[in-house]
Design a protein around this ligand. Sequence first.
Ligand SMILES: NC(=O)CC[C@H](N)C(=O)O
Length: 354
Amino acid sequence: MKGYLCLQDGTTFEGKASQHFDRNVQGEVVFFTGMTGYQEVLTDPSYKGQIVVFTYPLIGNYGVNNEDGESQEIQVSGVIMYQCAEIPSHFQARKSLGAFLNEQNIPYMTEVDTREVTKAIRAEGTQQAALSLETDYLFQPTKTHQIEQVSGEKIDTYGEEGMHVILIDFGWKKSILNALLERGVRVSVLPFSKIEMLDALQPDAIVLSNGPGDPKDTVDVLPLLKKALEKFPAFGICMGHQVIALAFGGDTTKLTFGHRGANHPVKDVVSGKVFLSSQNHNYVVKEDSLNGTPLVPRFYNVNDGSIEGLMHDTKLIMSAQFHPEAHPGPKDAEWLFDHFLTLVKNKGVKTHVS
Ligand SMILES: NC(=O)CC[C@H](N)C(=O)O
């Protein structure tokens, strides 16, 4: 059966439609350039509602396992691939990628020239798109506030002992929790809508999670968050990084097309070193908006010069636009968790010195 990826600018791409294609899904179309990591991408709540194009031509060859999910379910609305391996081969594989998508009712399309789609997105920018059996899909007004769709309702605590870290949930990835637990801390996940409970929980530090959509959707909680940032050491990751910038009066903007992949080079201006990072974001902090705030850029993207992380000039507050927890992608930046937790333990007040 033929299916279509219809971009809002009128471009259409034909391909082979999967079992559940009749649902006509609409979402923001984005491309991911990593060769592996499809299970993590599909289950990462930051991708909520998006249609993901995998640029690597063969996806699914090691199947889907019980270990690599970043959340309980698939978060994307649709998937575009060139080839989706029908018979996976890996000792941990439990099912094929196609079966995983079908059982959760997620439409996907194969036999698409994903390079061509990617070129169209790069030229025209990230936009709404639809998976449809017809070429004349009628676009619907878009929903906002994806964070509300993925952030939990209750406070859950993990780990038995050690410093108490609150992970503020904008749509957290399991790998961030694991990176913290592996370092011997106790973690409570706090829904972003319950930030007023932070004081009562008396954490040693807070970590602000990743999350989907526009960071400005958090505008209502920014005043409370700013108060918390003035009290507790904080580390923001991706959405968390953007939200820290907004809380201190900085601004964010949307990139023409985002950074999604496993090999984005980032430069640390403190050490002068460049490392590769896992990334997934549309928005960036605007550098000139930081004038007059206490925040200073620490990391830059080597490809486009955009800001990849911040530090506060006096307090123990730091942030990364990339994913130090990796999954998928290189673990080159995992040291940031050690760095942060060591500073918290030693009551470090400055983040300038690594
Ligand atoms: N992974 C994330 O936290 C992404 C943050 C935000 N949704 C963006 O697109 O920039």
